[in-house]
Ligand binder design. Structure first.
Ligand code: PMP
Length: 366
């Protein structure tokens, strides 16, 4: 190993070591240009190839149908909270939001600035569940139905793709589980993902949008968030985050050589099972509040000592982890406790180290 730590961060998160080494090797001379990718005109053919290859590789990885456009934008997930509404809510003036955690809640608040937002489910007391679709109140006249496929803070991941009324597009925030399992793109109107968890450095956002949904934006939509303008300009309306797109392209290649999305799914299942099994077999010493069927494979939140968490034990656990090189395991400030993020770049061997530490800690403190 060239790196001495194991990074369980929730995002920005670990990138594959092979990718970082390739970035390093090409930093001073990218693809024979004599300059780094950061110093290259975004209008040059050298950079053009980098961006085009990244988009084509993503299309191949996800089997994106030809009537879908892949856009690369800036502004992260939060930029898309606004962009989705600005580009789509004008269709009928209102949209349905399924609020299952912090991020979908923020998205709904942002959208409410641009149109009417309907909450599809009653407000949840705790974000630890996904109410079954039979209980949802969907509006057949909604511009779109919005949900967050993986709530990064609470560790809640959908175990199904929602069914939507005929003609209503489905919009998904996949920022924190993108490319970790295959899915049928044709079931969606828009899918978006900020890069900084599974696919690259912060600063780049991927949008997959069905062609017929392009051009329905509100008149006041800023150019930088306008799907139609971005599409017309092949995501080169203005200077894109070139370095981030370059690294993301390398991550797509890395996924291709590591079993594709199916390979990522297999790894994710194995890694998260390791940790959840220990939690479930610890007789309550470790506690994960999330319903078993919607426990995230990407972000595993847990408390130590009791359901409310024993402060001293959790501090001790984090210190022990750090002493063994396992870093960024602290839970989100809004929920506390521990959160182990097991994105694509985190290996099974690394996850096993965390599992070993948890077992030893349980035996010493139960
Ligand atoms: N959606 C999800 C699911 C996220 O996890 C995050 C960031 N943690 C965001 C949106 C917001 O992303 P950004 O910080 O890139 O705006």
């Amino acid at each position: 190993r060239t790196r001495m730590v194991i990074n369980f961060a929730a995002g920005p998160a670990k990138l594959p070591e092979e990718v970082l080494k390739e970035v390093q090797a090409n930093l001073l001379n990218c693809n024979g240009s004599g300059i780094s990718v950061m110093e290259m005109s975004h209008r040059s053919s050298n950079y053009g190839k980098i961006q085009e290859t990244a988009i084509n590789d993503l299309r191949e990885l996800l089997n994106v149908p030809s009537n879908y456009k892949i856009l690369l934008m800036q502004g992260g997930g939060t930029g898309q909270f606004a962009a989705v509404a600005l580009n789509l809510i004008g269709i009928t003036g209102s949209a349905d939001y399924v609020i299952t955690g912090s991020w979908s809640s923020k998205a709904a608040k942002e959208a409410a600035q641009y149109g009417k937002v309907n909450a599809v489910i009653p407000k949840l007391a705790k974000y630890t569940t996904v109410p079954r679709q039979s209980t949802w109140q969907l509006d057949p006249k909604a511009s779109y139905v919005y949900y967050c496929d993986n709530e990064t803070v609470e560790g809640v991941e959908f175990d199904f793709i929602p069914e939507v009324p005929e003609g209503v597009p489905l919009v998904a925030d996949m920022s924190s589980n993108f490319l970790s399992r295959p899915f049928d793109v044709s079931k969606f109107g828009v899918i978006f993902a900020g890069a900084q968890k599974n696919i690259g450095p912060a600063g780049t956002t991927v949008i997959i949008v069905r062609e017929d949904l392009i051009g329905k934006h509100l008149k006041t939509t800023p150019s930088i968030l306008n799907f139609e303008l971005m599409d017309k300009n092949s995501s080169l309306l203005n200077t894109p985050p070139t370095f981030g797109i370059y690294v993301m392209g390398l991550v797509f290649k890395w996924i291709k050589t590591n079993g594709g999305i199916a390979g990522m799914e297999k790894q994710s299942a194995a890694k998260s099972k390791l940790i959840y099994d220990i939690i479930d077999q610890s007789e309550g010493f470790f506690y994960c509040p999330v319903d078993t069927n919607v426990r995230s494979r990407m972000n595993v939140p847990f408390r130590i000592g009791s359901a409310a968490g024993d402060d001293a034990l959790e501090k001790e656990f984090l210190a022990k982890a750090e002493a063994e090189g396992m870093i960024q395991l602290k839970g989100h400030r809004s929920v506390g406790g521990i959160r182990a993020s097991l994105y694509n770049a985190v290996t099974l061997a690394e996850t096993q180290k965390l599992a070993n530490l948890m077992l030893a800690f349980y035996k010493n403190n139960k």
